[in-house]
Design a protein around this ligand. Structure first.
Ligand code: PHE
Ligand code: FE
Length: 292
């Protein structure tokens, strides 16, 4: 199948980052929704061992750094020993929030991605990084997708938010608002921080699957930490090849749900007339929250 079909900024930027401008996964077997079968028996013992190493390193880092929802769900997912079978997690997820996981070869076009989310299906990449990529991968692999994203799908409010995001994505495609919606996704689902009585915690998958940023985002004095505001987030450029310059902090998942619920159409029109803000901006009146 020819997958060079996507024109959106988000997909293109990620694609340009990948070696030789081509995507890494094997797209020859996927159906029209880019879904493949997870050929679980094809994973090698070495790959399961690499998964275990990734899991153990990361699981040690999450206490005190990830939000409670993430920690609780991760414990229930039983994914420490080997690369998980997506259909087993789907059974548990269906019972909890009505979501399912679908296996995909890698990045999928925006339209496809949004259609999956709008139907409460989360696409999980099937390939695992190589040992030399232990700390850094250019495209999301099964460890990032599964470890980083799946735990929060067990939370009803976040799960509903993700479905709405998918519906919002379909709408943004028609309204030429994808650039803005991609920034929202980046600064929340991938790199979001959340308040807790004990201090800041991470809920973004890009942070939670990273060995370095999970500590950096909470304690480094360098980046900005700013209270979440949907419009501010959607004006802000982001870095894809370094730790973030700014993290946006939500109070709880209800805030995320409620502040992204309004019709974004007028917002997109406003945003189109404005200059984007550099990733390291701090506007007059904004408070840079202290690190933990
Ligand atoms: N409310 C947004 C719209 O009308 C859609 C959306 C919901 C976007 C949730 C992101 C998250 O377009
Ligand atoms: Fe991700």
């Amino acid at each position: 199948m020819n997958t060079a079909v996507d024109q959106s900024d988000f997909f293109k930027t990620l694609k340009e980052k990948s070696d030789g401008g081509t995507l890494r996964g094997d797209y020859s077997q996927c159906d029209e929704h880019y879904v493949v079968k997870q050929d679980w028996s094809a994973y090698t013992p070495e790959q399961h061992a690499l998964w275990r190493r990734l899991y153990q390193r990361q699981a040690k880092l999450v206490p005190g750094r990830a939000c409670d929802v993430f920690i609780d769900s991760l414990a229930k997912m039983n994914a420490a020993a080997e690369i998980p079978r997506l259909d087993r997690t789907t059974e548990a997820l269906r019972r909890a929030t009505g979501w399912e996981l679908v296996a995909v070869p890698g990045l999928v076009p925006d339209l496809t991605f949004f259609e999956h989310l709008a139907n409460r299906r989360f696409p999980v990449t099937v390939w695992l990084r190589e040992p030399h990529e232990f700390d850094y991968i250019v495209e999301p692999d099964v460890f990032h997708d599964f470890f980083g994203h799946v735990p929060l799908l067990f939370n009803p409010v976040f799960a509903d938010h993700m479905q709405q995001y998918g519906e919002g994505g379909l709408k943004a495609l028609k309204l030429d608002g994808l650039t803005f919606l991609a920034r929202l996704y980046w600064y929340t689902v991938e790199f979001g921080l959340i308040q807790s009585p004990q201090g800041l915690r991470a809920y973004g998958a890009g942070i939670l699957s990273s060995g370095g940023e999970i500590e950096y985002c909470l304690t480094s004095p360098h980046p900005r930490r700013i209270a979440f505001d949907a419009e501010r987030v959607m004006r802000t450029l982001y870095k894809i090849d370094s730790y973030q310059e700014t993290y946006f902090v939500i109070r709880d998942f209800h805030q995320l749900f409620e502040e992204t619920a309004p019709d974004f159409a007028p917002l997109y029109e406003r945003l189109k007339l404005q200059q984007a803000l550099p990733a390291n901006s701090l506007l007059p009146g904004e408070v840079n929250l202290p690190p933990n």
